[in-house]
Design a protein around this ligand. Structure first.
Ligand code: DC
Length: 209
C-alpha cells in the first residue's frame, strides 16, 4: 500500500501522513526534508541555492545524518529548499532514494506514506491512494504562524503569509515536477477542518480502497 500526499506549504500534509502511517503500520517519508537538507548544505557551503551545479552537488552528497538535523524547519531553509528543488539535477539526484523507500519501506513495513509536492505525479504515479491537501492561504499562514510563535513570540503573521506565498508560487511555476494535483488525486480542502476531521476523512477513503 502506497499513499501519496501532496499539497502546498502548511496545508497539514505532514500531520495527516504521520497519523495514517501510524494507524496503518506503514513507513513514513517526509520528502520535503530531502530538499531542506540539500538547501541547508548549500547555505553552509556559502553557495547560492539557485546555483544549479552547487545545488546538485550538495543533493548528491546528502547523508542520512543530514536528515536528522533539528535546524531545518526555519524560513531561511524552507526558501533555500524551494530554490534548490527547482533545479532538475537536484530532483534527479533525489528520485531513486524516494522510489526505493516506497518500493522497499524500511523496518519491513507493508507499505509507505510519502508527502511532498510531486509524490502522486512523479515519484509514485502508481500509488494506491493519492491525496492533494489544500487550505486557503490565510488559514495555512495562521496555522504556521501559531506553530512558529511557540518558538518565537515575535514572529509576524504578514511575513509568514508572504514567505508562504512566495514559496508556493515558485513551487507551482517551476518547469520540472511543479506542485499540482495528480489527475487521480482526491482533493481535501482543510480550511474548515481540524486535524482529527482530516484524518477521519482520509482514513475512510483509504479503508474503502
Ligand atoms: O514540505 P516542505 O515545506 O518541507 O518542503 C520544502 C520545499 O521543498 C518546498 O517548498 C518545495 C520542495 N519540495 C519539492 O519540491 N518536492 C517535494 N516532494 C517536497 C518538497
Amino acid at each position: 500500500m502506497i499513499i501519496a500526499i501532496d499539497g502546498p506549504a502548511a496545508a497539514g500534509k505532514g500531520t495527516l501522513a504521520r497519523r495514517l502511517a501510524d494507524e496503518l503500520g506503514l513507513a513514513y517519508l517526509d520528502t520535503g526534508l530531502l530538499y531542506r537538507a540539500t538547501g541547508k548544505r548549500v547555505l553552509e557551503a556559502g553557495a547560492d541555492p539557485e546555483d544549479a551545479a552547487a545545488a546538485e552537488a550538495q543533493a548528491r552528497a546528502l547523508e542520512p545524518r543530514d536528515l536528522e538535523r533539528t535546524d531545518l524547519r526555519v524560513d531561511e531553509v524552507a526558501q533555500a529548499a524551494s530554490k534548490v528543488s527547482a533545479v532538475p539535477g537536484v530532483r534527479a539526484a533525489l528520485l531513486d532514494f524516494q522510489r526505493t523507500f516506497a518500493a522497499t519501506p524500511p523496518g519491513g513495513a507493508k507499505g509507505a506514506v510519502l508527502d511532498g509536492r510531486d509524490v502522486g505525479t512523479v515519484i509514485c504515479p502508481g500509488a494506491d491512494v493519492k491525496f492533494f491537501i489544500t487550505a486557503s492561504d490565510e488559514v495555512r499562514a495562521t496555522r504556521r504562524h501559531k506553530e512558529l510563535q511557540e518558538k518565537d513570540p515575535d514572529v509576524i503573521y504578514a511575513r509568514v503569509l508572504e514567505e508562504m506565498r512566495e514559496r508556493d508560487a515558485r513551487d507551482k511555476s517551476r518547469a520540472v515536477a511543479p506542485l499540482e494535483p495528480a489527475e487521480d488525486a482526491i482533493l481535501i480542502d482543510t480550511s474548515g477542518m481540524n486535524a482529527d476531521e482530516v484524518f477521519a476523512q482520509a482514513l475512510d477513503i483509504v479503508s474503502n480502497k
